[in-house]
Design a protein around this ligand. Structure first.
Ligand code: NAD
Ligand code: ZN
Length: 335
């Protein structure tokens, strides 16, 4: 088992990564907790024993259920069981469950402790770490939420045994992103080391910029086109798959801006398409002009005009004011 600390002063917490890590769950719960509300989904065949009395709350599967209605349903359940501010919420699931459980905990009695037991690869390397919680509204994804750091996170690799292959691919898309943020050869590591290293990379970035005033935006490498592709394909392309394409696109764009050479573009293709075995070309039938328009609307942009996270001589950084003509040109290079 590997323990990674997310260093946030008096809100620091441990992330336990390893096979069988769920057995350590009771040790991560706040000492004051007399009862727990376990939030999970029916499709998740992963049970936990918090070591204190608990009630289990099953929420729906899929982004449609990542909603304020689900938060209300959970809150009313918490009220019925008499969950107090000294108790704890435990999210057991992928990023959808931990985002919802985190937000329910952040707002119940104006904030009670939450511990995440992450069961998906995306959850382990990304969603469960860093304290962003929230739900969707029809106007957009993750628009209502709160920063609410967990008291601890369990990444039990045993959970991954039942994860559908497509969800594994999505996790690999985010891992490929970490490859380019650090240059680490993650695939050369054992699975436990690899996931722990991804947790460490995210923890370091979060610790340096908890509320995304600057450096945390680097985690959006590959994401500007990815968000546009998710919308343009009506989510036929899943998030992590879209990130894979977005990473290669970001390299094509950086090359056109003179920030990186052709060899570095090829490295992106080799790593994403070769090592990580992910698709790197645009789905057919999409209008490049529409994609540029969608990228201009991406909510993660930090200034007027097109903003991207791009590789360059000083590594990956946020680059505002990108010429839309170049963004379009780079799309045409994607085939
Ligand atoms: N808070 C953050 O910083 C952050 C970061 C990245 C993503 N997210 C959010 O996370 C969500 C995506 O997370 P995700 O990719 O884990 O998707 P998800 O939570 O929707 O899980 C994907 C599917 O896998 C199933 N599943 C999960 N674990 C399983 C297991 N061990 N065995 C079998 N099935 C399992 C789920 O029930 C679901 O059907 C999105 O809502 C996204 O907005 C949040
Ligand atoms: Zn992502």
């Amino acid at each position: 088992m590997i323990t990674v600390q997310v260093p946030l002063g008096d809100r620091s917490y441990d992330v336990l990564v390893g096979h069988g890590a769920r057995s350590e769950l009771p040790a991560l719960l706040p000492a004051t907790a007399r009862r727990a509300a376990v939030v999970t989904q029916d499709g998740i065949p992963f049970e936990v024993d918090p070591g204190i009395p608990y009630e289990r709350f099953v929420i729906g599967d899929g982004e449609d259920h990542k909603s304020l209605a689900t938060i209300e349903q959970l809150s009313r359940g918490f009220a019925r069981m008499g969950l107090t501010r000294h108790d704890v919420v435990i999210g057991v699931g992928g990023g959808m469950v931990t985002d919802v459980a985190g937000f329910a905990a952040a707002s119940w009695h104006r904030g009670i402790p939450v511990v995440h037991v992450s069961t998906s690869l995306v959850g382990m390397v990304d969603a469960a770490i860093g304290g962003k919680t929230g739900v969707n509204i029809p106007e957009g994804k993750n628009l209502v939420g709160a920063y609410w750091q967990p008291s601890g996170v369990v990444c039990d690799l045993d959970a991954l045994a039942t994860l559908p292959p497509r969800e594994v691919r999505c996790g690999r898309g985010e891992m490929a992103k970490y490859h380019f943020l650090t240059g680490d050869d993650l695939l050369a590591m054992s699975e436990v080391e690899r996931i722990a290293r991804c947790v460490q990379i995210k923890a370091d970035i979060v610790a340096s910029d908890e509320r995304e005033g600057g450096r945390r935006a680097l985690l959006n490498y590959g994401h500007t086109l990815a968000h546009a592709l998710e919308i343009a394909t009506d989510h036929a392309l899943a998030h992590g798959e879209a990130v894979a394409v977005g990473l290669v696109y970001a390299a094509q764009l950086a090359h056109r801006m003179g920030r990186i050479d052709a060899r570095r573009v090829q490295q992106h293709l080799d790593v994403v398409g070769g090592s990580y075995e992910l698709g790197t070309s645009l789905p057919s039938g999409l209008s490049p002009d529409d994609l540029v328009t969608l990228m201009g609307r991406d909510k993660k942009v930090l200034s007027d005009g097109l903003t991207f996270v791009l590789d360059g001589p000083a590594g990956v950084e946020v680059v505002p004011g990108v010429d839309p003509a170049l963004a379009l040109d780079a799309l045409h290079a994607m085939g």
